[in-house]
Design a protein around this ligand. Structure first.
Ligand SMILES: NC(=O)c1ccc[n+]([C@@H]2O[C@H](COP(=O)([O-])OP(=O)(O)OC[C@H]3O[C@@H](n4cnc5c(N)ncnc54)[C@H](O)[C@@H]3O)[C@@H](O)[C@H]2O)c1
Length: 367
């Protein structure tokens, strides 16, 4: 099974769905179309052994349908392992809506999307991801109960991003403990790439701890806002990947650790919120290991958001959300040590634990 980011021409050469390189024994892939609202969406259900497939909906202006399908397949697979390693009784799923969230998203489109989610009778439960807001989830809630991340006023756990940021902060501290023998980030030079919902709160934690934080984003307005609020430095160079830094925190989109960037990276630690940070899990994971760069697996340290939405299903409160998220520190440290002991990449060490949990449940269910 290959998890590499593939260019469109290569993607189009193989069979449309089951032959895709990102296809990894997914249970179900649902294509949703509605002419009236312009909805074109793909729901990927990767695995439901541990529970219903939960994962956010991403709205993105994909260049073509291959890219959208590939994203749905990769992201839903990631959710399976994220929930498994976090100890949640959830499977992995993810939805993508093809289009520009700024110009093409309407309440009607979101409601129609919600109806498609409802038609799956709870096998897939949706939530917020890039291009979505809590209000959008509230709109989906009008037509289906199979949605999390709705507003607190409607009985939800609210915006998951601050707790995701806290989990990433915990994972980063654990990586620092592993690399430097201390989890204190004071004076560490941290680059946060993407200062959206998660990135901004991560910047706040880092600044509070005394780290030297540099921020980058495609939005100048956001950069100035976050600089003014927290005193972070705006990155003005033209190649963030070549910059001297202690910690690189990718908090925008995935696959930024790739063939072009990996040899330039100066960071000692990579710990961020973005999903699927390694363009090729195997190749780039191994190269990071070789270069002594500590990679805190994304699906492990960005699980705060799913812990937050899981509270809506299991009815636990704020204290338990924070406790479970703080535990990301212990799990990360355990996995980094495990990888070192067994001579495997940190990504493989994390995946092995997740896969073992799923296999054990499958055996139990079969009894
Ligand atoms: N929100 C959550 O709870 C959560 C949970 C788990 C994982 N994640 C992942 O974390 C990442 C960030 O999530 P978010 O909710 O903060 O998203 P967001 O959309 O609020 O923020 C993303 C930010 O990245 C910026 N950006 C986009 N392309 C960029 C580029 N090339 N260089 C620099 N900046 C760029 C955008 O302008 C935006 O400010 C995503 O990959 C998401 O899938 C989020």
């Amino acid at each position: 099974m290959i998890t590499d980011v593939i260019d469109t021409k290569t993607l189009a050469k193989v069979d449309p769905v089951f032959g895709q390189l990102s296809f990894d024994d997914h249970e179900q892939v649902v294509f949703c179309n509605d002419k009236d609202t312009g909805l074109k969406a793909i729901i990927g259900i990767h695995n439901t052994v541990l529970g219903p497939a939960l994962g956010g909906t991403r709205m993105w202006n994909y260049n073509n349908e291959w890219e959208a399908l590939n994203d749905a397949l990769r992201l839903s697979r990631g959710m399976t392992f994220k929930s498994a390693i976090t100890g949640l009784n959830l499977g992995g799923g993810k939805a993508v809506i093809i289009g520009d969230a700024k110009t093409q998203k309407t309440p009607e489109l979101m409601r129609r999307f919600g109806e498609f989610v409802h038609s799956l009778s709870g096998k897939y439960i949706t939530a917020e991801d890039v291009g979505m807001t809590t209000e959008d989830m509230d709109t989906v809630r009008d037509v289906t109960p199979y949605v999390t991340g709705i507003s607190e006023s409607k009985g939800g756990a609210g915006n998951p991003s601050p707790i995701t940021a806290y989990g990433v902060f915990m994972g980063m501290k654990a990586a620092a403990e592993f690399k430097y023998g201390s989890n204190i980030l004071e004076d560490k030079n941290v680059f946060v790439q993407g200062i959206g919902n998660v990135g901004e709160v991560l910047v706040e934690h880092l600044v509070n701890e005394g780290a030297r934080v540099t921020i980058s984003d495609i939005s100048q307005e956001r950069l100035e806002e976050v600089r003014d609020k927290y005193g972070a430095t705006i990155y003005t160079g033209n190649d963030i990947y070549s910059e001297a830094m202690d910690i690189y925190a990718p908090c925008a989109l995935g696959a930024t650790v790739n063939d072009e960037t990996i040899h330039k990276l100066q960071a000692k630690i990579i710990a961020g919120a973005a999903n699927n940070q390694l363009a090729s899990e195997d190749r780039h994971g191994a190269l990071l290991q070789e270069r002594g760069i500590v990679y805190a697996p994304d699906f492990l340290i960005n699980a705060g958001g799913i812990i937050n939405v899981y509270a809506e299903l299991e009815n636990y409160g704020r204290q338990e959300i924070v406790r479970k998220t703080e535990n990301i520190y212990n799990t990360t440290l355990e996995i980094l040590n495990d990888a070192k002991t067994n001579g495997v990449t940190t990504n493989v060490a994390a995946l092995n634990i997740a896969k073992n949990r799923i296999a054990a449940r499958k055996r139990e269910n079969a009894k």
